[in-house]
Design a protein around this ligand. Structure first.
Ligand code: G4F
Length: 325
């Protein structure tokens, strides 16, 4: 019989790549999306999968839909990827972020425990939980303490702890994937990589003049979403539930990332890039570099994409997009 997967946040970057991966592996995939007043583009990342995935309306804050769906579907695997995922926005809407990213996880954990406890559960935990904390050797790993620097990070720490608690208290196969930043052409264009690439391409094509950025001196460990959804699947198919850091182990500043894109497109940075205080955060997470030794050893996971290759793919995507339109 086909394995069944249930994905919250299925319409997002990771949800759509994961749905693609699992349908290729022969899973029947189910997902929920929130009702939105603009129906256009809501499922744009999933249109090519329409036949293979079954989408329902649902929300982490609407407990009855979670209970009903999990009871009916009886999935083998549950991937909780839904979230208010933008860190800077979490300073503007802290309560909503906390409701969705913390209480929402408590809601789906209860629906899981009460209706489909034989399933395996994946929680999209985040490197944002590390915040100010870096080990002496300059890496963050499973043992690094959490010191979050945003409402988003605080809510994710709560969710992380709840998942671990449910694993121990109720003997559930509940896991955390602590994923570092991961990007692709499907990344929302208000995250820094896709904002830089999309705007640089628009500048190159004469459609825009300026790129306005916030803190370009923070460092991130950027991987490709396609590699990271493969890690999610491996995490749930490992012999025991656990918590895993997924990262490339390389770190670059926002400035270095921007330099690469502008050099690639032969654009003059001085002419086009401006710093705008609007994009600064009340507290910044300055440095991320993950150590995935554990995932490499036990899950046999490794990233396939190189940083430059990923940015090139994003540049090509936006070039094609504007040349076609
Ligand atoms: O692309 P970002 O918005 O990603 P951030 O805040 O690191 O969060 C992402 O990764 C987390 C994993 O660590 C996820 F949990 C989270 O859901 C999300 O996917 O910003 C990256 C860096 C930050 O230091 C930010 O201050 O870029 C800096 N930055 C500079 N100018 C900017 C901008 N970020 C954005 N979004 N827009 C700017 O104009």
């Amino acid at each position: 019989m086909k394995k069944k997967a249930f994905i919250t946040g299925i319409a997002g970057q990771d949800g759509s790549y994961l749905a693609e991966l699992l349908t290729k592996k022969g899973y029947k995939v189910f997902g929920i999306i929130r009702r939105n007043s603009t129906v256009e583009h809501q499922k744009s990342r999933l249109e090519h999968l329409d036949k293979d995935v079954e989408i329902s309306y649902g929300d982490l804050l609407n407990e009855s839909s979670l209970h009903q769906l999990l009871k009916k579907i009886q999935p083998n695997e549950i991937y909780n990827l839904a979230a208010q995922s933008h860190v800077r926005v979490s300073f503007e809407i802290p309560q909503f972020t906390i409701k969705t990213n913390a209480l929402g996880v408590a809601n789906i954990l209860e629906a899981y425990r009460l209706n489909s406890r034989n399933a395996k559960f994946y929680q999209a935990s985040s490197s944002e939980m590390f915040g100010r904390s870096v080990d002496k050797d300059g890496y963050q790993r499973e043992t690094t303490p959490f010191q979050p620097t945003s409402p988003y990070g605080c809510a994710k720490v709560f969710a992380f702890n709840m998942v671990k608690h449910y694993r121990i208290a109720y003997k559930l196969f509940a896991c955390n994937g602590i994923l570092f930043n991961h990007e692709s052409p499907r990344r929302g264009s208000n995250f820094v990589t896709n904002k830089v690439v999309k705007t640089a391409v628009r500048i190159k094509l004469g459609l825009e003049k300026k790129l306005k950025l916030g803190n370009i001196n923070s460092y991130r460990d950027w991987g490709h979403s396609k590699d990271y959804v493969e890690a999610m699947r491996l995490i749930l198919n490992y012999k025991k539930p656990d918590d895993w850091v997924i990262a490339t182990g390389q770190t670059r500043s926002v400035k270095q990332m921007t330099d690469y894109v502008f050099n690639k497109l032969k654009l003059n940075k001085k002419k086009h890039i401006f710093i705008d205080k609007k994009y600064f955060r009340p507290e910044e997470l300055k440095y991320l570099r993950g150590d995935s030794t554990k995932a490499k050893k036990y899950l046999k996971w490794k990233p396939n994409y190189r940083f430059e290759e990923m940015l090139d793919e994003m540049i090509d995507f936006w070039m094609d997009h504007y040349e076609r339109s």
